[in-house]
Design a protein around this ligand. Structure first.
Ligand code: PGA
Length: 259
């Protein structure tokens, strides 16, 4: 069975309410006629509800994701949002993004606890992994160690439900429409193949074959075809370019086209 393909927009801490609504409406309308891609919008928490209203009765291939959630079910965690709060409003949740790991000291153990809870609530986690520095020798040991520790004790059945996003930190947020800092398609494809091999070794062939593994890091409309031309890459996690409607829609169309 062909793996699901994704175009995921991570808005990070950007947009005001009018921007969010315009983006939501714009993408929803443009995506209605696009096949072969699951589009996921991940706005800041406070815009989830208004966006859920906008997407209600919309095309089936567009849904919402949260950018994070807490690892405990509930309690005295001022400012935090739980999986249970999210479960009726989003289908996806980004976990282990490098900005969370770096600015908020999220360890692999924390990411693992969040994965367990997200799966418990029926959310599909988008697990981000990525190395700090580009390896000139193709060594992905540190990356696979991070993946291994984040997946912790999960079973193959649980791992199968996760979307993995390979996001090399050195390639994220170039803030440049040409995507100059991005990894090349070849490079991303090779690393993703190694991630898939790791999944096969540890969780079996069926899991590895079913697992959608995405690339993220300075993806733009100018470089999307490079990634989607690689058979190992099942879509993209997009930051900056997901805030520009026309560009994000072009990216979604590209992903769909390479079905
Ligand atoms: P970018 O962000 O596309 O702006 O590089 C990607 C991400 O951090 O998810």
């Amino acid at each position: 069975m062909a793996r699901k393909r994704y175009a995921i927009g991570n808005w990070k801490m950007n947009s005001d309410l009018p921007d969010a609504m315009v983006l939501g409406h714009g993408v929803k309308e443009a995506i209605a006629a696009v096949n072969g891609v699951e589009v996921v919008l991940c706005p800041p928490f406070v815009w989830l509800y208004p966006l859920a209203e906008i997407l209600r009765n919309g095309p089936k291939n567009i849904s919402l994701g949260a950018q994070n959630m807490h690892w405990e079910e509930k309690g005295t965690f001022t400012g935090e949002v739980s999986g249970e709060m999210l479960k009726n409003i989003v289908k996806y949740v980004i976990l282990g993004h490098s900005e969370r790991r770096y600015y908020f000291n999220e360890s692999d153990d924390i990411v693992y606890d969040k994965l367990v809870l997200a799966l418990h609530y029926g959310l599909t986690p988008i697990l981000c992994v990525g190395e700090k520095k580009k390896s000139e020798t193709g060594d992905v040991k540190a990356l696979l160690a991070q993946l291994n520790a984040s997946l912790g004790e999960l079973t193959a059945d649980q791992v199968k439900k996760i979307v993995i996003a390979y996001e090399p930190i050195w390639a994220i947020s170039s803030g440049d429409v040409t995507g100059k800092k991005a990894a090349t398609g070849d490079y991303a494809g090779e690393v993703i193949k190694k991630i898939r091999d790791f999944i096969e070794e540890n969780y079996g062939k069926t899991t590895a074959e079913a697992q959608s593994i995405l690339y993220g890091g300075s993806v733009t409309a100018a470089n999307i075809d490079e990634y989607m031309g690689e058979c190992e890459i099942d879509g993209v996690l997009v930051g900056g370019a997901s805030l520009r409607i026309n560009e994000f829609v072009a990216i979604c169309k590209s992903v769909g086209q390479y079905r």
